[in-house]
Write a protein that binds this ligand. Sequence first.
Ligand code: F0G
Length: 458
Amino acid sequence: MELPFAEPYKIKVVEPIKKSTRQQREEWIAQARYNLFNLRSDQVFIDLLTDSGTGAMSHMQWSEIMLGDESYAGSLSYFKLKDTISSLLGMPYFLPTHQGRAAENVLFSAMIKQGDVVPGNSHFDTTKGHIEYRRARAIDCTIDEAADTTILHPFKGNIDLEKLEKVFKKYPKEKIPLCLITVTCNTSGGQPVSMQNIKDVSALCRQYDIPVFFDAARFAENAYFIKVREKEYENHGIRDIVKEMFSYVDGATMSSKKDAIVNIGGFIACRDKALFDKASMFNIMFEGYITYGGLAGRDLGALAQGLMEGTEFDYLEARIGQVAYLGNKLMEYGIPIQQPTGGHAVFVDAKKFLAHIPKEEYQAQTLGVELYLEGGVRSVEIGTLLADRDPLSRKNRYPALELLRLAIPRRAYTNNHMEYVAACLKNIYDRRDTIKKGFRIVSEAPIMRHFTVELEKA
Ligand code: F0G
């Protein structure tokens, strides 16, 4: 018989997780003001809040922790990471930062000013936050197919070239400091961008003389999708694909907490020495000296090792395979999800799941609270709360997609955990008509409100 798939690793260390009763969960979620971020982690059984910084490091990464060189300047761990970034991504300059949003803060301080626009596919919330904080505007040019969860487009993270060119024609070049391609595109459902699209966007940017950057948090997962979904690349190695992807851009911000499988870390990579020099000044101000950028030497070493492990085909096959496993289970149960399943998470279409709850009562958040109550599973809303208010009108922005994200930490859970999560959602789906009301906001922060928003039952 054909041998079944099995993970290319075994488990050396385990961390117990605790079940709870529904009554306990009802108390805890009320105390948390119906915001899943406010729960203590021991109140959660399976934590799918994020795949960021929650992965399991390998024995090789843990040995890098011991090898870490904690010199303030010129640490050997820094040079290990510099060499890895230069050979893997082909980027000559890099600055370490403590995480992805710190990279955004530093890079955007050097590049973006008031009144600018930054087109791209859907920007992640911190990215948009850092753009809007500078009184600039993020413009979403993702292809329309991304907004329909039932369309089976292989690259729903792609940028619509016509939409992008419209932006280039509407605004003078001086107002467009960069175009940003998020790989994979978290906000549209962990959806990849094709190599062809990266190439085309890059060519258009060159034509209009606009720099193009990656938000590279999940670049390796994107490379895997290029290999398995883009015919021309089926015989290419992951690292060759990665190298080619980066050859089309001028630089990148990276949250290493994702595809570099570390618990903390980030960086900026670029080709332009003048930009590197300018960003270095902000890095020193906000993060730390340019050879550590808010990280310990040991973190830099683990990050370098993680970049290599994160770009191995076998690892990526197991990783993306587990996400697809959960997605397929949910589809088997008739639950509406963003199709095809994304890289790091399964995105449940809450607009369809809870069609009878008005959007003003936050459908995806309502589903997230139900999922927690059902089985202690923590997920995250990628919908109206996250989309926040329009910076000018202060009205709620209702996004095209109202999603509940089940983000899967890397190498942390087994497929039995996925079965459990799927069963919880099936139970809720079967009784969805009994969920009568959603939530309303009691208090919220002026920017990135979803982290701290307080809610009450509507
Ligand atoms: N860009 C993307 C595409 C992200 O998904 C994230 C974080 C960031 C930037 C910011 O990086 O967290 O290291 O500061 N995403 C996490 C998530 C938080 O849950 O999707 P960070």
